[in-house]
Every structure is written in structure tokens, then in C-alpha cells.
Design a protein around this ligand. Structure first.
Ligand code: SAH
Ligand code: SF4
Ligand code: F3S
Length: 447
């Protein structure tokens, strides 16, 4: 097969969650037939795409400072540079982006990026019609016929988009729209194509991935999808993220006990440990019901690594509420976690709530929570020392002769190993553990 050399250069910068990472890849796929090849230097690019995140104020503000820098690059380019803003800030603040930064040529929301080729052509003709922010994930996926070009042995695959949960702090239901699931046939076809290109591990993505198919009456759900994908030759590892405790059903828990391809790792955010705060967040679960749920999951899969998200300083959070969060963390024992200071998002119900917490108090709580979570992460990693784990080698390490792979528990593992082991799953004896990674040796001498 011959491919013509890319005539135009595309630079994509991705912020936010894994779904944005997936979307960025698909944008590159959609633009490849137009002759765009990816570059990692924005100064050199004909088209720059910022794929943005709206989740916290800081993430949003970064976009505007980045656009200021891009404007200067654009001015230095008499041959022209097109600047596109995609993602959740595009969806939420499209008009404002174009007003605040005239160097922006077009704005495209997360459900409209399949229209990029047309939008680019239009932006080049005139400065009208530069905003695409429709909510039609079905149309997007139907139009995304471009071949995927996976860059490694592990790939993301979006199976569900949007959110109907309306946690009172969160912008996602507004930026991504309502819950919608892709048909299982389309997902299987994409997974098979990935496996044929050497992908060994897929991570199924959704804002509420374990609500998969519940918008269509629940037929089978995520567990059935996982069992179906596990049959694909060459796909040895399946993961999924992010889940809501409310949708963690028995069938999915059973899959963790019964499907060997389903990896023993679960990201199940709880956000807080105080029932009063959980209620104000509209989480629709209690601290107790969450802890019981974790117990049931561990009964099915005792070694499972649990990960979570936390928010400190939610409006009305008192010291006693924060202590309840620490108590829940001690009970659950997390393998890893993300914790954030509450960020007040315009338009969300929590932004108007009484009892906004002082930044200094929130800072202090965040530090205490992170110290505890770090300690737990270290302990989880240290517990692997002396064990032999199957490691999927993904890429070269920083040192010559070294490869980096992933344990079943999503830990990075550094091993001295030959390049031909890339893409293979190999037993590794773990010798030492650090905060963010493990180091080990090949259990068997390479043949
Ligand atoms: N759909 C996923 C991910 C949502 S965003 C879920 O429900 O878990 C990822 C995390 O960002 C959330 O879990 C939450 O911990 C955090 N987050 C969301 N909105 C926030 C806000 N306004 N301030 C601080 N953190 C926030
Ligand atoms: Fe946001 Fe809650 Fe939906 Fe997660 S479940 S995306 S935190 S509204
Ligand atoms: Fe951010 Fe949108 Fe993901 S707000 S976290 S990029 S869904």
C-alpha cells in the first residue's frame, strides 16, 4: 500500500479526560484523508486544534492563555494558520471564545467534530458559520468512518457518552449532553479492527460507562458488552472508565469474577464521605452504601485495585464532614485516586449554594486528604513486591534496554527487556515499588 506524504500539518493539544484523548485521535483520523499529518510543533502547524476541558475553572482559563500564545504564532505565519477550539469549553462557551479571541477560526463541540473537514473549508471561505455545537452523538459516530490509526498496544474506545446524573457541582451534563450508548455491533467492529492492528488492551470509555445501554432499556448492559469483546482474538485486556456507584449492577460485578480479560481495576468515584454533602451533591448514594458496594466487588474479585475521585470544600462542607471523607478513605483503602478542590462552575446548582468554603480551609483539607491517599497508594504498590505479575509491554523506557508496561492493576512497571517484547504480556517478578511505578525483572530469561 502506498500513502501520499502529508501535505499539511496538524497540531492537537488535549486537555481533560480520556474521552478527550479518544476524540483527539478521532479528529486526526477524520483529517488524515484531507492530507493532514500530525506534528508536535505548533509553530509548524497549518491547523491547530485545542481539545479543551471545562470541568474546573483552571482548566478553562488555560485555554484562553494558550490561545493568546497561538495568536502570536499565527501572526508570524504569512502562509496562514487555522486555529480550532474543540471539546467541552467549545460547547459551553463557543460564542465567548470567538469574542474573546478573534484569532480563533472555528469552534466545534464534542458531538460535532466529524464535521471538521466541512467547517475548515467554510472557515477558509468566510468568517460566518464557524460554530458547530449540536448534540447528536449518533450522527457523529455514523459519520466517523475514517479508519483508526492506533498509536500503541493499548487503545481507548468510546462506548457511551453524556450524563443524566446532574451532580450539582458538574458541567458535564451540559457540555456532553444526555446519556447515549453506541450500538454494540459498531463497538465490536471497532474493537476487532483495533485488535487486527496489534492492540492488546482496550479501555471502554463513557462519562458513565457502567450505564452503558441503560438508555436503551438496559439490554445486557456493560457486562454483556465486555463478555462479547472478551471473545475477540488478540484482545487480552479490557478495562472501563468512569463508573457511577449507582450503575454498578450485579452482572458487572459477576463479570469481574468470571471474565479473565477484565482487569482487576475499578475507578469508582465517591466524591465525599459525608451523607449530608453527598445529598447536596445529588450523588444518589450514601457513604455506607458505597462501602457495602466495594465489599461486594471485593468479594467477587478480592485483589481488585480501587480508585476514586474526591472533591473537598464543597459548599456546606464542615470539618466533621471532611473527617467523614477521611474515614471512608481509611475503610476503602484506595490503590490510587484523584482529589480536587471544589471549583465553582457558573450555571451549576452548587454555584448558588450557601456556605461556600474558604479557599484556605479547602487547601488544608486537600493536603490532608492527599497525604492519606498517597500513603495508601504507596502501600498498595509496596504490596506487589515479591509477586510475579503479567505485564503488557507498551513502550521503550527512559533508560536504554528498558521497557515500560502495565500491571493488571494499571501500575507502570519498568523492566530491562528486549524490544521484541513490546506488545506482549510477560510474567515479571516485582522487585521494588515507588509512589507511581514498580520495577521488576523478567521471570524467564528471554528466549
Ligand atoms: N463522569 C465521571 C467524571 C466526571 S469529571 C464521574 O462521574 O466520575 C472527573 C472528576 O472531576 C469528578 O469525579 C469530580 O471529582 C471532579 N469534578 C467535577 N466537577 C468538579 C468541580 N466543579 N470542582 C472540582 N472537581 C470537580
Ligand atoms: Fe459529572 Fe456526576 Fe455526571 Fe460524573 S456522574 S459526569 S460527576 S454529573
Ligand atoms: Fe473535561 Fe469534558 Fe472530560 S469537561 S473532564 S473534557 S467530559
Amino acid at each position: 500500500m502506498s500513502e501520499t506524504a502529508p501535505a499539511k500539518r496538524l497540531y492537537i493539544k488535549t486537555y481533560g479526560c480520556q474521552m478527550n484523548v479518544y476524540d483527539s485521535e478521532r479528529m486526526a483520523d477524520v483529517l488524515a484523508p484531507l492530507g493532514y499529518g500530525v506534528t508536535d510543533d505548533p509553530a509548524d502547524a497549518d491547523l491547530v486544534v485545542l481539545n479543551t476541558c471545562h470541568i474546573r475553572e483552571k482548566a478553562t482559563e488555560k485555554v484562553y492563555s494558550e490561545l493568546g500564545q497561538l495568536k502570536r504564532l499565527k501572526q508570524a505565519r504569512p502562509d496562514g494558520m487555522t486555529i480550532a477550539v474543540a471539546g467541552c469549553v467549545a460547547q459551553a462557551e463557543g460564542e465567548e471564545i470567538m469574542r474573546r479571541q478573534p484569532a480563533v477560526d472555528l469552534v466545534v463541540g464534542p458531538q460535532a467534530y466529524h464535521q471538521l473537514p466541512e467547517l475548515i473549508a467554510r472557515a477558509h471561505r468566510a468568517r460566518g458559520e464557524r460554530l458547530a455545537a449540536d448534540f447528536a452523538p449518533d450522527e457523529k459516530f455514523d459519520a466517523l468512518t475514517a479508519e483508526r490509526r492506533p498509536s500503541g498496544v493499548s487503545a481507548f474506545l468510546t462506548v457511551q457518552e453524556g450524563c443524566d446524573k446532574f451532580c450539582t457541582f458538574c458541567v458535564v451534563p451540559y457540555t456532553r449532553g444526555g446519556e447515549w450508548s453506541r450500538p454494540a455491533d459498531a463497538i465490536e467492529a471497532e474493537a476487532r479492527a483495533l485488535a487486527e492492528k496489534g492492540v492488546r488492551e482496550i479501555t471502554l470509555l463513557g462519562q458513565n460507562v457502567n450505564a452503558y445501554a441503560k438508555d436503551q432499556g438496559g439490554e445486557g448492559g456493560l457486562a454483556a458488552l465486555i463478555r462479547r469483546l472478551a471473545k475477540i482474538d488478540g484482545l487480552d485486556r479490557i478495562r472501563y472508565t468512569t463508573s457511577h456507584p449507582r450503575d454498578m449492577d450485579d452482572a458487572l460485578i459477576a463479570a469481574h469474577a468470571e471474565v479473565p480479560e477484565l482487569m482487576p481495576y475499578l475507578h469508582l468515584p465517591v466524591q465525599a464521605g459525608s451523607d449530608k454533602v453527598l445529598k447536596a451533591m445529588n450523588r444518589a448514594h450514601t457513604a455506607e452504601s458505597y462501602v457495602r458496594l466495594i465489599e461486594r466487588i471485593r468479594a467477587a474479585r478480592p485483589d481488585i485495585a480501587i480508585s476514586g475521585d474526591f472533591i473537598v470544600g464543597f459548599p456546606g462542607e464542615r470539618d466533621a464532614d471532611f473527617e467523614a471523607t477521611l474515614q471512608l478513605v481509611r475503610e476503602v483503602r484506595y490503590a490510587s485516586a484523584f482529589s480536587f478542590k471544589y471549583s465553582r462552575r457558573p450555571g451549576t446548582p452548587a454555584a448558588a449554594m450557601m456556605g461556600q468554603v474558604k479557599p484556605e480551609a479547602a487547601d488544608e483539607r486537600l493536603q490532608r486528604l492527599q497525604a492519606l491517599l498517597d500513603e495508601q497508594q504507596q502501600a498498595f504498590n509496596a504490596a506487589q513486591a515479591g509477586r510475579t505479575l503479567p505485564v503488557l509491554f507498551e513502550k521503550a523506557g527512559r533508560h536504554p534496554g528498558q521497557l515500560v508496561g502495565k500491571s493488571p492493576y494499571l501500575q507502570a512497571v519498568h523492566v530491562t527487556a528486549p524490544d521484541r517484547m513490546l506488545g506482549r504480556i510477560v510474567p515479571v517478578r516485582i522487585e521494588s515499588a515507588a509512589r507511581n511505578s514498580l520495577a521488576g525483572v523478567l521471570e524467564l530469561e528471554p528466549a
